[in-house]
Ligand binder design. Structure first.
Ligand code: ZN
Length: 229
């Protein structure tokens, strides 16, 4: 068999990138509040997401990191599928059920959902990586590889000089959650990365800067390459 070309480490791989929320969600309350299946229960279609105290939206942060990460993965030969095609005040969604199912039809190798958190707890800062639990019949099939992807993602973020969240139980930058449709409906390994706390001044400075966004993309690209390597 031919060896992969230099720089094409991800040739043949399909990766779904889910940039959290849509910028215009707050303009479409009826659509956004509609209940949708989320893995044994229903949840609102989506939320507005959070923002920095200065008003820089989570949607825009997630979109910018996703665009940078997409470019890096494509350069390595991957096919990248996005769950939303724009970052627009005139658009909404997709809902969490659509986001959850996004990798299944394409038989994607993995899905990463990119978010920023909005904790108002004093001093709360840092990133955490969420993965689904061993819960039949929803995520028992993807629990192990998702947890592995979460650990690798955490390690690569730490190596790229991000610090783990100081406000999430466990304190190790990892969080197992069964309440997220985006994870519950996936049949492919998946994690949700809360890249930082947008309400924290220090995290906000990094998350709103092009340099900071590039650093997130670098860490996440390393995580994908390591997981699939
Ligand atoms: Zn979010």
């Amino acid at each position: 068999m031919a060896r992969p070309q230099l720089g094409q480490a991800l040739a043949g791989k399909v990766i779904v990138l889910d940039a959290g929320h849509q910028l215009g969600n707050h303009n479409f309350p009826a659509q956004i509040n509609r209940p949708v299946p989320a893995g044994g229960f229903t949840k609102p279609c989506n939320t507005t997401g959070t923002a920095t105290n200065g008003g820089y939206s989570e949607a825009t942060f997630a979109w910018n990191v996703t665009q940078r990460l997409k470019a890096k993965l494509e350069k390595s030969g991957a096919t990248v599928v996005l769950t939303r095609k724009s970052n627009s005040e005139n658009a909404w969604g997709p809902c969490v059920d659509t986001r959850g199912l996004a990798g299944n039809k394409r038989d994607a190798d993995l899905k990463i959902s990119i978010h920023g958190d909005g904790s108002t707890a004093p001093g709360a800062h840092g990133f955490h990586v969420i993965y689904p639990p061993d819960r039949a019949p929803w995520t028992d099939d993807i629990f192990k590889p998702s947890r592995r992807l979460a650990k690798i993602t955490k390690n690569m973020l730490v190596r790229t000089d991000f610090s783990v969240a100081n406000y999430i139980a466990g304190g190790d930058g990892l969080d197992e959650r069964s309440d997220l449709g985006t994870l519950n409906l996936s049949d492919v390994p998946t994690v949700m990365v809360e890249c930082g706390n947008m309400r924290d001044r220090g995290d906000a400075a990094v998350m709103t800067s092009p340099q900071g966004q590039a650093r997130y993309a670098r860490a996440l690209a390393r995580a994908v390459r390591t997981y699939l390597g």
